[in-house]
Design a protein. Structure first.
Length: 140
């Protein structure tokens, strides 16, 4: 089976906790990221592709409901919740991804997402997004 490898990939992961009951989990995750600690070895796709990571910062996620206003989205977007504006010269991908898992890692729900294959922002016209630092993102 042939494999395709991305040279020196970089991904930014945004995490949002919906309620304060998860504050202890949030603090533990933040402490682990800041101290470069893990519970399990992170990897990209296959175990031979061990991932490195670094903590960037902690930002508030300010919700924005947009309608008939154009914004650049810097993350994947659920196809069913956001109206995208396709742009010439950009290439878009679509994936079905796990949305919820139970404690046995059985997928309970999937969703469809769209992304720009070269990591460029996606222009959107409507949906609920979040301002995080100087970027706009969508949480699944």
């Amino acid at each position: 089976t042939p494999y395709e490898f991305v040279k020196e990939p970089k991904y930014r992961i945004y995490v949002r906790f919906k309620n304060s009951a998860l504050k202890k989990l949030y603090e533990k995750l933040k402490r682990f990221l800041e101290n470069h600690q893990t519970v399990y070895t992170p990897y990209l796709g296959i175990t031979e592709m061990i991932a490195n990571f670094k903590f960037i910062d902690d930002f508030p996620a300010v919700p924005l409901s947009i309608k008939d206003e154009i914004k650049d989205l810097h993350s994947v977007a659920r196809i069913d919740t956001i109206k995208i504006i396709p742009e010439e010269g950009k290439r878009y991908g679509r994936e079905t991804v796990p949305l919820y898992m139970d404690s046995d890692r059985k997928v309970l729900e999937y969703c469809n997402v769209v992304y720009e294959v070269n990591g460029k922002p996606i222009k959107i016209r409507s949906g609920t997004i979040y301002e995080v630092g100087d970027e706009y993102v969508s949480f699944l």
